[in-house]
Design a protein around this ligand. Structure first.
Ligand SMILES: Nc1ncnc2c1ncn2[C@@H]1O[C@H](COP(=O)(O)OP(=O)(O)OP(=O)(O)O)[C@@H](O)[C@H]1O
Ligand SMILES: [Mg+2]
Length: 392
């Protein structure tokens, strides 16, 4: 059998984390081989199946492990999602693990290790159980827009391998406050019935309600319903709240969350890593990455992703342009993403003046020779031009 080693390798890797479907298909293959008289090959596949059975007994898959901590019925694509009675719009969206992001967002050391410690609790809940402890069951993620909060929440769910019931809180708000309370009640009754992670995105929407002086009593009732509903999940589920406006949240709501993680604006090193991630398969060297993150200093991860994707497109459309001129163009097209100070540099300065600014920025510690490829000139021309530059 010419391709058997490849088939065998495929089966081995599929069986490293076997689902029932994989086990079934590999067993079908074993029976077919046996039927056609390929006894040796059938036996080898049988051996892999036996081994897979044993290893999955010894090391339960993430799904099996999490079944123990999170009880409830399994969600399926056919599960009926509760709807707003007035408008018939669904109150939530179900995202299954296959559709959750498998790449973690990029954070600096302290944030990354805080996130890791939450995941660690879930991965080691048996150890916690032995000492009658529990993993954190609720987490509030807050910070500036576009810093990867929603991505982080979805990725945590992917790691725990459980479907997400994604709720945008403003979607629960009805024009009738009575209906809002009912929506909250129906939604929590739904999530408490199923094994899932509840993701309350844009959680601050509830706080905006308080601005309406006409409805004080009713608003209190809505907030109380939410507090009681959050309490109702304490023992059963895992809840993640995400917000940009943490200051708007009631202290009573804060207290409902076991852990609270602030996602800061990314450092220039993190921006450089995000750019490299989204620019792949293109590659930038350290100087190029430093220059690019300097260009959008103060920006969010989402802005860095945007710049990277734009550069990727431009590498095909504007093949002969230098990085200097591409970034100038990006700055002009993205007033909201590039600070006014940087934009002024990019739009007002000549290449040699801009080169001078970079060389004199202590944080960058660029030498003249570093700038040469960015500006697309020779070392001697740059040196001559810089000596004529009026800056510095
Ligand atoms: N630190 C990061 N690492 C990798 N990608 C990031 C990071 N920050 C943002 N992104 C990317 O930017 C985009 C927006 O991220 P996301 O929606 O998670 O941000 P957010 O903080 O929830 O924003 P908002 O507050 O506006 O809802 C996503 O494509 C995400 O992958
Ligand atoms: Mg978000």
């Amino acid at each position: 059998m010419e391709y058997f080693p490849i088939i065998q390798a495929l089966c081995r890797s599929a069986l490293s984390s076997p689902s029932n479907a994989v086990l079934h298909q590999v067993e079908r293959l074993r029976i077919a081989l046996e039927k056609d008289g390929h006894d040796k090959e059938a036996k080898s596949i049988g051996g892999l199946l036996l081994h897979a059975d044993r290893t999955s007994d010894m090391a339960p898959s993430r799904i099996q492990r999490s079944t123990k901590v999170l009880a409830g019925e399994e969600l399926s694509t056919k599960t009926a999602i509760p709807v707003d009675k007035e408008t018939s719009t669904p109150l939530a969206e179900i995202v299954f693990p296959n559709d959750l992001p498998s790449d973690s967002p990029i954070f600096s050391g302290t944030v990354a290790s805080a996130v890791e410690s939450i995941l660690n609790e879930w991965k080691n809940f048996e150890k916690l159980e032995e000492i009658e402890a529990q993993p954190s069951r609720s987490c509030l993620i807050f910070g500036a827009p576009g810093t990867g909060k929603t991505h982080l929440a979805m990725w945590i769910a992917k790691e725990i391998n459980i479907p997400v019931v994604l709720v945008r809180l403003d979607g629960l708000m009805s024009s009738f406050l009575g209906t809002t309370s009912r929506n909250i009640g129906n939604l929590f009754a739904f999530v408490n019935k199923y094994r899932c992670i509840l993701l309350l995105d844009e959680f601050d929407a509830i706080a905006k309600l308080r601005n309406d002086p006409q409805e004080v009593g009713e608003i209190k009732r809505v907030v109380n319903t939410l507090l009681q509903s959050l309490d109702s999940r304490k023992k059963t589920g895992f809840t993640i709240g995400v917000t940009n406006h943490e200051a708007l949240l009631d202290p009573a709501i804060w207290r409902r969350f076991d852990v609270q993680i602030e996602i800061p604006k990314p450092s220039s090193e993190v921006i450089a890593s995000i750019i490299q991630k989204f620019v792949t398969p293109l590659e930038f060297d350290d100087v190029q990455l430093k220059f690019l993150s300097w260009s959008i200093e103060g920006a969010s991860g989402a802005d860095a992703e945007n710049l990277a994707k734009w550069l990727k497109k431009s590498s095909v459309l504007n093949t002969n342009q230098t990085l200097f001129s591409l970034v100038r163009k990006f700055a002009t097209l993205n007033s909201g993403r590039v600070s006014l100070e940087r934009r002024n540099l990019f739009t007002l300065l000549s290449d040699e003046d801009l080169a001078n600014v970079l060389i004199n920025d202590k944080k960058l510690s660029f030498k003249q020779k570093d700038i040469v490829p960015l500006i697309g000139t020779t070392a001697s021309t740059l040196s001559r031009k810089i000596s004529k530059s009026k800056l510095f």
